[in-house]
Structures are given as C-alpha cells and as structure tokens.
Design a protein around this ligand. Structure first.
Ligand code: 6PG
Length: 260
C-alpha cells in the first residue's frame, strides 16, 4: 500500500529576521497587531512614549482600520504615541495619492492620539525632507541625554514591499539607497513610481527598535522568493538593505505571499 504525501503548500522563506506566516490576511493583521501592541506598551512603560512610523500603499490600510475597531487592540496606547510617516508622495494632503491623508482618516481621526503627536511629511514645503528630519531629530531627542545611544530611535516601523522589491520609497538603483547620514531624503528617478517621493533612509530605519515588513498576497510571492535568495543585493532589491543594527526585524506574510 502506498501513501501519497500531500506536498507542503508553501515553504517558509528564509528571510533575514523572524518570519511569521499567517494563514490569511485576517490572521496576519492579528499577529502584527499583537506584536505592535506589545512593543507599544513596552515603550510606554520604559520611556513614557511610543514612536511609530507607518507606511502607505494599499496593503496596510485594512490593518489600520482593524486596529481602530477590534477590541483585541483596545489597549493600544494611542494617547502616548507619536505617529510618523515612513515615506510620502509629493501630492497635496487632500489627494488620494497622499499617504498621510488615508492614515489620518483611518487612524488619527478615530484614536485619542494627541494632535501634536501626528507628524505628516510637509509635502507643501520645498525643503520637506530637511524639515521632517529636523522634526524627527527634535522630537526623538526629548528626554534623552546627548550621548545616549537610544536617542534617535523609532520604536516600531511598519514597512511594505513593492513587487519590484522597493520598500519605503527606496526604489531600485536610486540615489536614496546610498544615503549614509541623512534620515529623510527626496527620491526620484526612472524607477520611482510617480509622483516623486520623500522617504526615510536606511540609517534611520535600521536604527529602529523593531522593523516589521507586512507583505500579503500572491502578487508578492515571486519577490519574496527573490529577497530570500542570496544572489541579488540591495541596489536591485532595496528591501534587502533593511538590517536593523540592534533592533528586531520581522516579516509578517500570508501563505499566498509564500507561494502557497
Ligand atoms: C508607498 C509605500 C510603499 C509601499 C509599497 C507596497 O507610499 O507606496 O510606503 O513603500 O509600502 O509600495 O505597497 P502595497 O502595499 O500597496 O503593495
């Protein structure tokens, strides 16, 4: 008698950091949401404040909505949270292309996050990148002593991944990938999906305490496979440049993104 062994529907990709494979989107929301809440409570307990940076794009919006309505996440300390934007499109605040517009409507308007703790990227300013970096430096320094290595660390950064391997607005073969000092820069070029972008850079993202990729759907499976392979570098696949220096890196995926 022979038994047919059911093939495993997917393989857990060997990505740098922790890999969490959820059954579906709802499960993925729950897993990243629980970890976000743990990080938030810990930050508030230890430092009195939680610095959260969120990405735009389509994938995380249903998660942001769920954070607002699911009693599971009722203990999120929004009143002690500072909300930052990972990257922004040069599009007015009332444009659907503007990431903050959506995040504001879903999250800021429906939580008790204090108004001054919401930090949109000032897209109207020609020096938006410098302005935002200055704002980050000023706010992240609060309560720290000048040589405290913990100054200038965001607590939790949620990143997406484009099907071309970009993350934040760090697109393949663009100047922003080589930035070693600045925390926020403008980014444009042939591989940047218009409009031009303003983005956090590797130095700021890699200094964070927790960096979480949230990547769902079959459309991302091929790129997840490429990121898990060793052959291509960050110039081609910018999400490979995300390597937190001393923080944690996690990938929150669903079966579909793993080719399942
Ligand atoms: C943006 C993002 C960007 C996004 C990826 C994935 O402004 O578009 O911050 O980096 O996370 O493009 O987007 P999706 O989740 O829509 O595929």
């Amino acid at each position: 008698m022979s038994y047919e062994i059911e093939p495993d529907p997917f393989e857990v990709p060997s990505l740098p950091g922790g890999v969490i494979v959820a059954a579906d989107e709802e499960d993925a929301q729950e897993r990243i949401g629980r970890d976000l809440m743990v990080a938030a409570k810990q930050a508030v307990r230890e430092r009195g404040v939680f610095h959260l940076a969120l990405s735009g794009g389509g994938t995380p919006m249903p998660f942001y909505r769920r954070l607002m309505i699911d009693p599971l996440f009722r203990e999120m300390p929004w009143s002690r949270t500072h909300l930052w934007i990972v990257d922004e499109r040069r599009a007015p605040f009332d444009s659907d292309q503007n990431n903050y517009k959506h995040i504001h409507e879903i999250l800021v308007e429906h939580s008790d996050l204090p108004g001054p703790n919401a930090h949109p990227i000032p897209v109207d300013s020609p020096s938006a990148a410098e302005d935002y970096e200055n704002e980050l430096r000023e706010v992240l320094a609060i309560g720290g002593v000048p040589d405290d290595p913990d100054r200038g660390r965001l607590d939790f950064i949620l990143l997406g991944m484009g099907s071309d391997g970009h993350t934040a607005s760090l697109f393949p073969h663009t100047a922003a990938l080589d930035e070693e000092v600045r925390w926020v820069v403008d980014n444009d070029g042939p591989s940047v999906v218009p409009p031009p972008r303003i983005t956090m850079t590797y130095p700021l993202i890699n200094a964070a305490r927790v960096v979480a990729f949230y990547v769902l759907g079959a459309g991302k499976a091929e790129m997840i496979r490429r990121v898990a392979s060793v052959s291509e570098g960050f110039e081609t696949l910018p999400c490979k440049g995300i390597r937190p220096a001393s923080g944690e890196l996690g990938w929150y995926l669903d079966h579909a993104a793993c080719g399942g």
